[in-house]
Ligand binder design. Structure first.
Ligand SMILES: Cc1cc2nc3c(=O)[nH]c(=O)nc-3n(C[C@H](O)[C@H](O)[C@H](O)COP(=O)(O)OP(=O)(O)OC[C@H]3O[C@@H](n4cnc5c(N)ncnc54)[C@H](O)[C@@H]3O)c2cc1C
Ligand code: SF4
Length: 339
């Protein structure tokens, strides 16, 4: 373990100033990802700036436009179990609770969840070439064991997936990320927050140096009547998704008035194809139409030696999750959906 300084920040400008004026300084929130990366020498830090003491971003608040603002430093557990999230955004609650473990969710924060790094095996092996960890060294996953890797939006430089569950729901809900930095405040629509690897796979997102996430806004419509989050993985708990799907539907009878679908475990960012949602508008909520939407979403998918199964798995998951969204009672804690 390398030496680093540890200081608390007491305001957003203080935190931004500390990180942007020191070389190799990083924010730390729950520490559930960053501390692991430091311990394994997969990232470095000369200074850690603890954002937890900053007041004003530890709450979930109703906004005047009918939406909600999630403070960046609220834990994943407090977010998932908040009455306003459980009742108005159960898709988000379900997605968060599908991730990690109770202990980790008690520490992990909303801001940190958006910034967690990939779980590519080779990224976590300091001896393996990895363009994301060390640009220009190559990608060990492309010709290696790539069972958990991406099938959409990949590049010749990197085929890693972004592992968050929470972010899949945030993508489907069209959340907005609020950011503060050396040049002031700005907001990014969720679809523009994370990046595809291209030839810069070391960049996971569009946050600039010294910028801090202060909150995440949810629009008024939480798709609380018809929703489902399906996570398919090798173990039934404490494992990252091979494929996950967040679905929200607005229905009139059995006709879809609005659909939202985002996929996790398949790309370098939560994967949402609005063309598929447009296709479903004013159509029956039927397995056939969900299957046609799945074909649109998976258009251009490319499998590698060990992960081609994900293409068919993702298509079937989209159909199954669409059907589950028609029966949200299967989403209650303890229920075992069997659609
Ligand atoms: C064993 C294990 C299993 C897991 N399983 C899952 C899973 O199944 N699904 C899932 O979704 N996640 C899973 N996770 C990941 C977990 O959700 C993340 O580690 C967590 O959300 C990160 O939040 P944190 O507050 O601990 O971030 P930290 O570790 O403190 O920080 C992560 C990164 O974000 C930066 N950062 C933190 N907060 C801010 C901010 N407000 N603004 C700017 N930068 C910031 C830090 O500098 C760091 O780079 C798992 C983690 C572990 C250890
Ligand atoms: S897939 Fe990306 S993270 Fe994994 S080894 Fe290749 S470059 Fe590194």
């Amino acid at each position: 373990m390398n030496n680093f300084s540890y200081r608390k920040a007491y305001s957003v400008p203080d935190a931004v100033n500390q990180v942007s004026t020191q070389a190799d300084a990083k924010f730390v929130a729950g520490g559930t990802n960053l501390i692991d990366l430091l311990k394994y020498n997969l990232t470095s830090a000369v200074a850690l700036v603890d954002v937890n003491p900053i007041e004003g971003y530890h709450a979930i608040e109703e906004k005047t436009d009918g939406g909600l603002r999630l403070g960046a430093f609220v834990t994943n557990a407090d977010t998932a179990y908040h009455p306003l999230i459980e009742t108005r955004y159960p898709l988000l609650s379900k997605a968060i609770l599908a991730g990690a473990s109770g202990q980790i969710r008690n520490m992990a924060t909303n801001g940190g969840n958006l910034l967690q790094r990939t779980r590519c095996y080779y990224f976590y092996d300091a001896n393996a070439p990895c363009n994301k960890r060390e640009p220009g060294t190559g990608c060990s996953a492309i010709g290696g064991y790539n069972r958990i890797m991406a099938i959409l939006g990949t590049s010749e430089s990197c085929i890693a997936v972004f592992p968050s569950d929470m972010c899949v729901a945030l993508a489907a809900l069209e959340a907005v990320v609020n950011i503060s930095g050396p040049d002031g405040e700005r907001s990014l629509p969720f679809a523009q927050f994370h990046r595809l690897p291209g030839d810069t796979p070391h960049l996971d997102n569009n946050l600039q140096s010294g910028e801090i996430i202060t909150s995440v806004d949810l629009p008024a419509n939480g798709f609380a009547n018809n929703y489902s989050y399906l996570k398919l993985r090798d173990r039934n708990s404490y494992a990252f998704a091979l494929v996950s799907v967040a679905t929200g539907l607005e229905l009139e009878g059995n006709t879809i008035k609005e659909a939202r679908m985002a996929l996790g475990g398949v790309a370098h960012k939560p994967w949402r194809v609005t063309e598929a949602e447009d296709f479903l508008r004013n159509k029956a909520a039927s397995p056939e139409n969900f299957a046609a939407a799945a074909e649109i979403i998976l258009k251009g998918a490319v499998g590698y030696e060990y992960n081609s199964f994900k293409i068919e798995l993702a298509k079937r998951a989209i159909v199954r999750n669409g059907i589950m969204a028609l029966h949200p009672e299967t989403q209650l804690p303890g229920a075992h959906p069997s659609a």
